[in-house]
Design a protein around this ligand. Structure first.
Ligand SMILES: [Zn+2]
Length: 406
């Protein structure tokens, strides 16, 4: 039976706010948004709520949630990587799954309905898939020694053939970063992605050392790779920026590029290749980054920008409302409407999901915020209000089990 939800206001993320209407949901999808609903009885009265599409967390590593507050902001990126690897290797999958569930609950309560998650261990795919988010689970690949590329790709292909873990989940591929993935592995992953029609996401231009390593061919990351027995003596620097390098490997088209802190000279090619950029506000603040993604310039060139939490190895919370407020603080030249668009529609476009806007035919992934009866401020401001820790209404795929309101 169709569900008719009466609302006080609604952000479609495809136009102006709509006030005092009824949203009709049937079989998990939006059927109609009516603005003159006098004759239509509602089956759910949310006339004290602002409704909007659920948030899309476009970049996360949920399996690292068990590391919550175990790593302090480091002096160098290499120091952080060492701490992360050492602590992560001390975890077993049972504690990782426990952490994932608690992290998922924080995300859910703060309005995340869809997720792009990097999964390093295929054994964990089912557990992430069972969390109930609409999601793209990116199989993470790390390997800087060229001779390992073929075998790793064959393993990943087996996982792709095995396929979906829940009707709400798709698989993608995630080469970790240009300094941790060999050119051969990048090429092989690009071919796999083409064969299986799956999206690719990668950390791109996150640190200055990465750019120096690729552009100048210096040894800033060599030591770290040698420690991990991952250094390839046959490595030849491409003398290109991270973005140009990925383009030369055939992996830049429609890439979901995470961080992009050092891409100021590559904006045109990112727009041309339809790259999506994922900005991680709290992770950026946690590292104390002075230079970070040029979000305004990317938006001005029509690049899709999404928001992500990254992991609790570089963030103190997976609360997505905190991400919105941090984005608002870090991006004074980006409006709240644009930040909400990044948090919903931008994430859905980046991940290729049929959500992120509320229009007929779209999936009914909805969240709601209770507002006082005489609220008269801009509707775009409501999710940013400092006292808000959770949403008051939540549905994924129209599923009533997700509703948080009594
Ligand atoms: Zn990440």
């Amino acid at each position: 039976m169709a569900l008719r939800i009466k609302f006080r206001a609604l952000l479609t993320m495809g136009g102006d706010p709509i006030e005092n209407g009824v949203l009709t949901v049937d079989k998990g999808a939006i059927v109609e948004i009516a603005t003159q609903p006098e004759n239509a009885p509602a089956t759910l009265d949310l006339s004290d709520c602002l409704l909007m599409p659920g948030f899309v967390n476009a970049h996360c590593h949920l399996s690292l949630t068990a590391l919550e507050k175990k790593i302090a902001p480091p002096d160098s990126f290499a120091e952080w990587v060492r701490a992360l690897i050492s602590l992560n290797s001390s975890l077993d999958n049972e504690s990782r799954i426990q952490g994932m569930r608690s992290g998922a609950e924080v995300m859910r309560r703060s309005g995340v309905t869809a997720l792009g998650d990097f999964v390093a261990d295929p054994e964990l795919l089912q557990a992430v898939g069972d969390l109930g988010f609409r999601s793209v689970l990116f199989l993470e690949a790390i390997g800087f020694r060229s001779e390992k590329a073929q075998a790793l790709c064959e393993e990943l292909e087996k996982v792709l053939i095995r396929g979906g873990f829940s009707p709400l989940c798709q698989l993608g591929l995630a080469p970790h970063a240009p300094y941790s993935v060999s050119p051969d592995l990048f090429r092989c992953l690009a071919q796999l992605a083409q064969k299986f029609h799956c999206p690719i996401s990668c950390h791109v231009a996150e640190i200055k050392e990465e750019s120096r390593f690729l552009v100048l061919g210096d040894d800033s990351l060599e030591e770290l790779l040698k420690e991990r027995s991952a250094w390839d003596p046959k490595w030849q620097p491409p003398y290109k920026s991270p973005v140009q390098y990925l383009s030369s490997l055939g992996i830049l088209d429609r890439l979901i590029a995470v961080h992009c802190n050092f891409v100021a000279d590559d904006l045109e090619i990112m727009a041309k290749k339809k790259v999506s950029a994922v900005f991680c506000p709290q992770s950026t603040a946690w590292f104390g980054r002075k230079q970070f993604m040029p979000v305004r310039a990317l938006l001005d060139r029509g690049v899709t920008v999404a928001l992500g939490t990254d992991s609790l190895a570089s963030n103190d919370s997976l609360n997505f409302l905190d991400e919105l407020r941090m984005a608002d603080k870090l991006l004074p030249d980006v409006s709240r409407k644009e930040i909400l668009t990044m948090a919903t529609r931008g994430g859905a476009e980046a991940l290729g999901l049929q959500c992120g806007t509320l229009m007929p035919g779209q999936k009914a992934d909805l969240i709601g915020f209770r507002v006082p009866p005489f609220y008269s401020g801009p509707w775009w401001d409501v999710p940013f209000e400092p006292q808000r820790r959770e949403v008051d209404f939540y549905r994924v795929d129209g599923n009533p089990d997700g509703g948080l309101l009594p």
